[in-house]
Design a protein around this ligand. Sequence first.
Ligand SMILES: Cc1cc2nc3c(=O)[nH]c(=O)nc-3n(C[C@H](O)[C@H](O)[C@H](O)COP(=O)(O)OP(=O)(O)OC[C@H]3O[C@@H](n4cnc5c(N)ncnc54)[C@H](O)[C@@H]3O)c2cc1C
Length: 395
Amino acid sequence: MSPEESYDVIVIGAGPAGSTAAKYAATNGASVLLIDKKKNIGTPIQCGGFLPCYEELQELLPRARLPSTLMDIPKNCIHTSTRIHRFISPNLEPKEFEVEANVLDRSRFDKYLVKKAVKAGCDMLVGTRADSIKGDTVSLKGLFGEFDITTKVIIGADGPNSLVARHSGLIERSDDMGRAVALEYELTGADIDKDAVEMYFGRDYAPAGYGWIISQGGDTANIGVGLRRPLCEPGVSVRDYLHRFMYEHPRASPRFKDARITAVISGIVPVGGAPPQTVAGNMIICGDAAGHLIATNGGGIPTAAVGGKIAGETAYDAVSGTCDLMQYDSRWREQMGLEIKTSVYVKRLMDGLMRSDQMMSTSMKMLTTDQMKALQRGRLPDMVKKMLQSLNTGI
Ligand SMILES: Cc1cc2nc3c(=O)[nH]c(=O)nc-3n(C[C@H](O)[C@H](O)[C@H](O)COP(=O)(O)OP(=O)(O)OC[C@H]3O[C@@H](n4cnc5c(N)ncnc54)[C@H](O)[C@@H]3O)c2cc1C
């Protein structure tokens, strides 16, 4: 397909943020071009697919107006559903609480979101990379040729290594502590608890992060680690940590003795929070590109979708002259800024605890399940908040 020479809005990246942005801008009446460098949307997958159900998401982001696509998820995009969240401390003590959640087939889910955007009226180019940006012109290169497209608004939904974020100067260089590295295997033949998602803590397996086991139904699962490089042992790679977790962890490894790896998935998780500004000139950033993620659990699907929705709505408002594009920044911060910021703060507190397995195990033992749930969601439990307030920390 040949695109038009000019659009109101170009959205770069067709993950949850970009497709949602394109859908909302097009629904409202803007001419929109959505592009992705992937030839096959959603593939390769870079996600565990864990997504709490709609009611849980409303509690997680109470001020956000969630896009309907997070509620009406087609059954064929869901591998399985889980209802327990279990934490395993470094000294192997389990603690659990109930969380209704779905485990998505991200590849199908991303395609579903693209279909929604196209149905709303946007043009779409797969296998097409945004190569450079000059003023109001984006140069595209890929399967369908090379094009220079002019536009009024550029939405950068292009993930953690965003070209738009770098080009606009909104994000200069992320420090390694603000970027977790994640590696996971999809497995068959695993003996796992189908009702539970498990998070394992301990410096030997995931320094300043956690290991996870997410059921995909039947005997399939994904097992992964997310960690920060500066806190890893010298000479030990992310793969070494994942293998230790899968083959040596006293509680996890027995389940995988007959398992076979069917896919390898890796990626960056931006856990450092959002930059001070997310709009520059005609460019705005959303989703992972803007650090829209709950840092304590690495969950970015819901925040990407909310950020994308606000980006699409604001881009339309700006091109139709009813608001300044700058309003995007305050709009998304009103809906989820506090939750993202607090999660980064809580993550930093947890980093301190995770420097010692003993301290982490003792803290996990002391916390009630409600307090654990609050921390996992990136909230400060009331008890901790009161303690910090009494110390006059400004929280
Ligand atoms: C291993 C791993 C496991 C995870 N597990 C979970 C989980 O279980 N639950 C959860 O909620 N979150 C999880 N996350 C985080 C989640 O995947 C992201 O937060 C989410 O995908 C962000 O959506 P996005 O649309 O902002 O970015 P992405 O989904 O990364 O989409 C960005 C898109 O932009 C495209 N792109 C990039 N540059 C260009 C360019 N120059 N031109 C054209 N296209 C471009 C890419 O091809 C990509 O399709 C995980 C992350 C990783 C790495």
